[in-house]
Write a protein that binds this ligand. Sequence first.
Ligand SMILES: [Fe+2]
Ligand SMILES: [Fe+2]
Length: 303
Amino acid sequence: MTIHYAYEDILKAAKRIDWTVEEIIGRGQQLDFTRPFMPESLARTEGLGFMNEQEKLIFNQIRGHSYLYIFMLVEEIILPFVEEHANREGIQNPIETEAFMQFAAEESKHIELFAKFREKFQADFGTEIEVIGPVEQIAKAIMANHPLAVAITTLHIEWMTQGHYVDSVKNNVELCPQYESLLRHHWMEEAQHAKLDSNMVLALGEGLSQDELKLVLEDYFKIGGILDDGLQIQAKFDREAFERVTGRILTPEECAIYQDVQSQAFRWTYLGSGMTHPNFLKTLEALAPFMRETVESISHNFC
Ligand SMILES: [Fe+2]
Ligand SMILES: [Fe+2]
C-alpha cells in the first residue's frame, strides 16, 4: 500500500485558510462558563458520580484548560522538528519545503492562540491550575528517540486532534461557543498537518529494515510512556485545581474513583484515540503491516 498526499494540494488548501489569533480570541469574545468546554466522550465526567452537576461542569472546564495546554506543549515540541524536516538536505521540490514551512508557521500561531486562551481562562476562572513541564525537559526526553518515532508520534497527535473535532466537537451546540470556535479554527489547519506528517513518516521510513522498524516502534511506545507519565501528573493537578476552586477535598474513596476514571479518560484522549485513528493506522501499515498489527493489539488498553 502506498499513500502520498500531493504538496501542491496541501499548500493550496492551507493558503485558503486565513485567520488570525486576534480574530479568534481577542476583540472582547468571552468564554461561557455556564457551558461545558470539552465533549463528554473526552472529559468523562459522568463516571465521577460523587460530583453534582455543577461540580461536573467545573471539572469539565478544568479539563478543557489542560486539553489546550497539552496541545500547546506538544506543538512546542513539534515546531522545531518540522522546521528541521523542512530544511533537510536533498529535497527536490521547493513546494514541499514551502508546505512544511507553512505548517511550522501555523503551529507557531497555534501556540500563541493556546497561550492567549490560557491567560484568558486563568483570569476569568479565578483559580490557578498547575501544569506539567517545563517543555524543554519533556522535549529532551522525547527527542532522545529515533526521529521516525518522533514523526509517528506527531502523526498520531495530529490525526487524534482531527478525530476529536470531527467525532465530538463539530455541531456540538452544548459547548461554550468560543471554545468550539477555537477548536474549529485549529482543526481547519491541522487537516493539512496530518497529511504532511504522513508524507514525513513515509519519507523517514524509506529504506529502513524490519529490524530497524521494530526499534522505531519500541521508541514510539517509549514516547507514549513519557506522555502517559506527564498525563497522569496533569490528572492529579486537575483534581487539585477542582478541590481548590470548589473547596471540596475528595475523600480517599472519591480519590480512588477519580483515579480510575480520569487516568483512563486522559489515556483515551491523548493516546487511545490517536492509536485507533484509521488514517494513523493506514500510514503505519504502509510503513510495515506488523507496526499496525502491534499497535492494534495493545490499543484497547488506552480506550
Ligand atoms: Fe496545531
Ligand atoms: Fe499541527
